[in-house]
Design a protein around this ligand. Structure first.
Ligand code: GDD
Ligand code: MN
Length: 417
């Protein structure tokens, strides 16, 4: 099956050869695809792309591989060589396939940047290797690039008509949260999917951007630094979860994302001093504190679990499990309180009485949060909503009210800002 398709692609490209030779040799499109352990996907994808690119568009595909243990890099290299798509044999042809080998795994963002550095095309398109980004969209993207020379084209999950299929709920929530923070916090409101990993743009747009964040979000950085100088066009598509291999998005990626947002935020502050005190800044402050507050909450769960576990299984002590759980709760509420005081709200007043009073309020609001959550779950489930959804709404309502109450009363800040 695959061999037959390769043969077809091969044939089409041979037919195009003559027509092509008269045309200019400059490459119109460089497709940059970062890979780490994508051997099950990559050849199929390359064939699919080869089938999709318009016949008059000279294209190079750059696979940026981080020395994948499953041999993705060499697999592509062999495929390119055997089908004469490699650099030495593809002269005068529509399609070239190159592999950029990097010595070790070093993150998606700098893989993409390295790919761009090694590319020659007038335009650059970035996409994933796992078929989450449908190659069928490429002709439309190319159409937009041809039509407008100053346009960032985004394959968009969240524009009207776009959607996601098969993405687990917790990833959807993370994705919505991160997208919301980016859109409102970093002032790229007009863009529905600024976190897309599927986008294209003319090379000149990148000319004077100094990239200095890590993580997954190269498009976000481009938008924050360039949006006033380019038009943005979003093309809706359906994001589907990968069939083969595993996702590389992990906790480290989330941490990198948080750092990236912070540094882009500071960038915005430096370059737009006039926005000082504006609505925009206050929303960033509010959101960054909310993010810290929820991070502390998550750390509390871990601490709660660890303490209860270590106190009951004999590692530290051999307490009755109810006692162990109670201590776990007490310890985690206390660490939550302290972390919120020191980190989230940067409160420097440490007199004993004042701190105890704050601690009391914090406990009070925590119990209030628990009651809100219980009541809401009950009401929603009884009104016919599924337990999962009810739980999410209830946890969200409880955490938000918790955040706002503590912000206003425990740590004496304005609610907004
Ligand atoms: N070279 C290299 N180095 N490639 C990497 C690395 C790395 O360290 N980490 C990931 N990749 C490659 C993968 O092989 C894949 O082709 C692509 O980058 C995306 O990685 P996935 O592991 O498939 O990420 P995901 O599906 O969880 O995340 C995607 O979806 C997000 C939306 O939910 C990405 O497209 C994100 O950009 C997107 O925002
Ligand atoms: Mn993926």
């Amino acid at each position: 099956m695959r061999d037959q398709r390769v043969a077809e692609v091969f044939q089409t490209h041979r037919e195009n050869e003559t027509a092509q030779i008269e045309e200019t040799f400059s490459t119109f499109l460089s497709i940059v695809i970062p890979t780490y352990n994508e051997s099950e996907n990559i050849i199929g994808l390359v064939i699919e792309i080869a089938n999709r690119i318009p016949e008059d568009i000279r294209t190079e595909i750059l696979i940026v591989d981080d020395n994948s243990p499953d041999g993705t890099g060499s697999l592509v290299e062999r495929f390119a060589r055997e089908n004469n798509f490699d650099e030495t044999h593809s002269k005068g042809r529509i399609l070239t396939i190159k592999v950029v080998h990097r010595p070790r795994r070093d993150g998606l963002m700098c893989a993409v940047l390295d790919g761009i550095k090694s590319s020659n095309g007038k335009n650059i398109l970035v996409m994933d290797a796992d078929f989450s980004h449908p190659p069928q969209l490429i002709p439309r993207i190319v159409g937009e690039l041809k039509h407008e020379s100053n346009c960032v084209v985004i394959g968009s999950r969240y524009a009207k008509g776009g959607t996601t299929v098969g993405v687990p709920l917790e990833r959807l929530i993370i994705s919505f949260g991160a997208t919301g923070i980016a859109r409102y916090g970093l002032n790229v409101k007009e863009v529905r999917d600024p976190m897309s990993g599927f986008f294209a743009l003319p090379r000149h747009v990148l000319k004077d951007i100094e990239f200095n964040t890590k993580g997954f979000k190269i498009l976000l950085e481009i938008l924050v630094k360039k949006q006033r100088h380019v038009t943005v066009k979003e093309i809706p598509y359906t994001f589907t979860v990968r069939k083969y291999g595993y996702s590389k998005l992990d906790l480290k990626v989330l941490v990198d994302y948080t750092k990236a947002v912070w540094s882009l935020y500071k960038y915005g502050r430096r370059s737009q001093k006039r926005l000082e005190g504006s609505e925009n800044r206050r929303s960033v402050l509010f959101l960054s504190k909310a993010a810290r507050f929820f991070t502390v909450g998550a750390s509390g769960l871990v601490i709660n679990f660890l303490v209860s576990f270590l106190l009951s299984n004999g590692t530290v002590a051999n307490l009755w499990y109810v006692q162990a759980t109670a201590i776990g709760i007490a310890v985690s509420i206390t660490t939550n309180f302290l972390l919120n005081k020191i980190w989230t709200f940067e409160d420097k007043k440490f007199s004993v009485l004042y701190t105890l009073k704050q601690y009391g309020l914090f406990l009070l609001f925590s119990s209030l949060g628990i009651s809100i959550q219980l009541t809401l779950v009950y009401l929603l489930v009884e009104s016919g909503i599924s337990y999962n959804l009810s739980l999410i709404c209830a946890v969200a309502a409880a955490s938000i009210s918790n955040f706002i109450l503590n912000k206003k009363w425990t740590f004496r800040e304005k609610v907004w800002g």
